[in-house]
Design a protein around this ligand. Structure first.
Ligand SMILES: [Zn+2]
Length: 302
């Protein structure tokens, strides 16, 4: 490709021709960059596939291959679509379909927004808090956000009367929130009784060795006028919760798989309300926002 920026222009090239040549040069350069990125991405995917096959077997490797291929197709489909089928309530993105996510030995379709990376749980909580939970906007004081996620942080910030504290067991998770974060084990919270007015605990309890202890600690630090919003990943076809006895590296180091049939027993220390998507969303909205029945919010009070 001619280096348009370094060589002097010939005298017989007018202004319009120069604009045309520069545009063509930029387009060629962008195409070349995209080809290089695609080749690099394919090479990385092949390396990860072979590592997963060697370390965890065929189920893990095939789940990864499915995740890569489906998302490559969806990237193209989302770019070309003229009739959006899905919409992200968190950022307003609309397109053909949400991205598939890789969960170790299986994949979850229609899960992640390609624009803001909101998952099903974020979409559910977003619509629930802003549409069906007027009490949320009346909360004031300190909010405690476990395993801070940007999508939830944006949501908490909608209520200007809540001052958010971020906490996690892992230092890397709280590093971006310097000044408002502290490292802590949920089983031993370094907070006084009744100190916080709102708690956001999304997909955290499955990582805690003694989740009942964690729930008791959340109740202890929650103010009598406050509310805790808890969500966990459900194994929808499991009849009862299964304890693994150790963090399972095949499913993001979960200590257990929760059954939707017996999880509520663990919330007994609280007075709680169970909110299912169908409780406040129309069937068409559930399809458009891609919120499956597994996305249940538990609003817990003392
Ligand atoms: Zn989004």
């Amino acid at each position: 490709m001619r280096c348009l920026w370094l060589l002097p222009w010939p005298r017989n090239v007018d202004c319009a021709q120069r604009v045309f040549l520069v545009r063509r040069g930029v387009a060629e350069r962008m195409t070349w960059i995209k080809i290089k990125e695609t080749v690099r991405g394919a090479a990385n995917a092949a390396i990860v596939f072979s590592q997963r096959l060697r370390r965890s077997g065929w189920a893990s490797a095939s789940a990864y291959a499915h995740y890569v291929l489906v998302n490559a197709w969806l990237r193209l489909r989302n770019r070309l679509t003229r009739r959006p089928r899905v919409e992200c309530p968190c950022c307003g993105w609309r397109g053909y379909e949400f991205r598939t996510i890789d969960c170790g030995t299986f994949t979850v379709p229609s899960a992640e927004c390609p624009h803001c990376r909101a998952h099903e749980r974020h979409r559910m909580l977003h619509i629930y808090l802003l549409r069906a939970c007027p009490v949320f906007m009346r909360l004031s004081g300190v909010a405690l956000h476990f395993a801070p996620e940007q999508q939830v942080g944006v949501l908490i910030a909608r209520n200007p009367d809540l001052k958010c504290l971020h906490t996690d067991y892992a230092l890397d998770m709280i590093r971006p929130h310097r000044g408002t974060a502290f490292q802590c084990d949920m089983q031993h919270l370094a907070l006084a009784d009744n100190a916080v007015h709102a708690i956001f605990c999304l997909h955290v309890l499955e990582h805690v060795p003694d989740d009942r202890r964690g729930i008791a600690e959340m109740r202890r630090v929650l103010h009598p006028d406050g509310a805790a919003y808890i969500m966990v990943p459900f194994m929808m076809d499991w009849a009862k919760t299964v304890e693994f006895g150790r963090p399972d590296p095949e499913i993001y180091d979960h200590y257990r798989g929760y059954s939707p049939l017996d999880f509520e027993e663990r919330l007994a220390p609280f007075s709680y309300e169970r909110i299912d998507p169908k409780d406040f969303l129309e069937p068409e909205e559930i399809r458009r926002y891609r919120i499956p029945p597994s996305q249940v919010v538990f609003r817990c009070v003392k």
